[in-house]
Design a protein around this ligand. Structure first.
Ligand SMILES: *Cc1c(COP(=O)(O)O)cnc(C)c1O
Length: 458
């Protein structure tokens, strides 16, 4: 337990004349200290954080080139909302939006409404509000009540959708994932949608397994529902990770604005967009998909420019880093970087799938993310949580967690391959998994479970 009276002794090596020897941690200190002492004090403490290179739990970028760091250092004072003061940063944001709208086949990428955000969560909130507003407008126009809106999605959605429903008062309608239907595939939609449904969320890259939900099948199911029941229900695609993978690794897959029913799409610039946190993007198909009432005008070069966002001030540097990467990599470079991550993911998944203790749940052929389970009947002496703990002792963060709802009895373990996890590192991880699995398999009775699991959330 930490308390407000707790503090840290400062390292005497860093101590300078006049500095305190002790720093409070939970209350503002009365006096300050030398900047170098403060710097060392904070840096020493963060050394206890894990090694980002060995963190196979996160989707978020942990390494960029030196040129990107230099650009970042020069731009960390820029506020994205100050379009008038930083017109070039604003212009670069718009270019990025057009590039992304084009990658996702918007009918007119130069006019498709879009914005950068702090991440996919904010992007999803904005997209969800747009769905709700459009539904309210349609209902009001036809003299119907606007109470009890609902949003339909898989029970394996990322937590940001639960937040959206909670904060913006929309009933979440979860379609449970099951052994027969591991992702939302359209089969259950007819039973869950009704005239109060503001939209259906499809996920391109489910966080639990990396799976792609078949957006075209979901769209086809909704087309049939429109024909039979007259309900015209739009789709939002949560492509937080897949939005920057599919255009390069699965260009033939139709999941985006090529499907007429897709109204909006989000992605995380800081996941496979390859930018440091926090950056997200959301694009709407066209002006009709984004209610004008959500748009605010800010002054820009004497005129006014439309903005929509939950926050006002926000760093602009990440937007510049995204444009840097678009220039630096181009389509070929993104394809090469994502393709290499995928090769590493497939290398790891085929080796893990070959180990007698495990069965693959997915293999990394969608986004470079895959999950596995204990092979049924393999052991009663240990679980994937134990393997996760043992790998953590060696520095590797490889989370284990339960699947959602109807599959909650099933524990899986997942690896997210990001740029920088080389084949050599992957091979040493495989050695660690083999050795720790052999150790656990040598147990003659079940391990006690004193710690609470899981320690991971989506
Ligand atoms: C990561 C993720 C989110 C949340 O994105 P942030 O950028 O972290 O806010 C939403 N949906 C999915 C599918 C994700 O993978």
């Amino acid at each position: 337990m930490t308390t407000s009276t707790e503090g840290s002794r400062l390292n005497p090596l860093h101590h300078r004349p006049g500095d305190p020897t002790y720093a409070a941690r939970h209350r503002l200190p009365d006096a300050g200290m030398d900047p170098l002492t403060a710097f060392h004090s904070v840096r020493d403490e963060t050394m206890l954080d894990g090694n980002a290179r060995l963190n196979l739990a996160t989707f978020v970028t942990t390494w960029m080139e030196e040129e990107a760091s230099e650009l970042y250092r020069e731009a960390f004072d820029k506020n994205m909302i100050d379009k008038d003061e930083y017109p070039q940063t604003a212009a670069i944001e718009q270019r990025c939006q057009h590039i992304i709208a084009d990658l996702w086949h918007a009918p007119d990428p130069d006019t498709a409404p879009a914005t950068s955000t702090v991440g996919s969560s904010e992007a999803c909130m904005l997209a969800g509000i747009a769905l709700k507003r459009r539904w309210q407008q349609r209902r009001t126009d036809t003299g119907k009540d606007t109470s009890r809106p609902n949003l339909v999605m898989s029970s394996a959605v990322q937590v940001c959708w639960e937040k959206f429903c909670n904060y913006f008062e929309v009933e979440p309608r979860f379609v449970p994932v099951s052994e027969e239907h591991p992702v939302l595939d359209g089969s259950a939609l007819d039973a869950v949608v009704d005239e109060h449904t503001i939209g259906v969320v499809g996920i391109l890259g489910v966080t639990y397994t990396g799976a792609y939900e078949p957006i075209a099948e979901i769209a086809a199911a909704l087309d049939a529902i429109e024909r039979e029941r007259g309900l015209d229900i739009p789709i939002h695609v949560d492509a937080a990770s897949g939005g920057m993978i599919a255009p390069f690794l699965q260009p033939e897959l139709e999941w985006d604005f090529r499907l007429a029913r897709v109204a909006s799409i989000n992605t995380s610039g800081h996941k496979y967009g390859l930018v440091y946190p926090g950056l997200g993007w959301v694009v709407w198909r066209d002006a009709a998909a984004l209610p004008e009432s959500m748009v605010f005008r800010v002054s820009y070069l004497g005129g006014d420019t439309p903005t929509l966002a939950l926050n006002f001030s926000r760093p602009g540097a990440q937007v510049l880093l995204q444009f840097f990467l678009f220039l630096r990599l181009g389509r070929e470079g993104y394809t090469a970087v994502q393709g290499e991550s995928q090769r590493v993911a497939l290398h790891l998944s085929s080796a893990i799938g070959d180990m007698p203790a495990f069965a693959l749940v997915s293999d990394g052929s969608t986004i470079p993310v895959f999950a596995w389970r204990l092979r049924p009947g393999h052991t009663k002496n240990w679980t994937l949580y134990d393997l996760s703990d043992r790998l953590r002792m060696r520095g590797w963060l490889v989370p284990a967690y339960p699947m959602p709802d109807d599959l909650a009895e099933l524990t899986v373990q997942r690896i997210v391959v990001r740029n920088g996890l080389t084949i050599e590192l992957a091979d040493s991880l495989l050695d660690a998994i083999r050795e720790e699995t052999a150790y656990l398999d040598a147990l003659t009775s079940p391990l006690p479970h004193p710690t609470a699991h899981p320690a991971f959330s989506h």
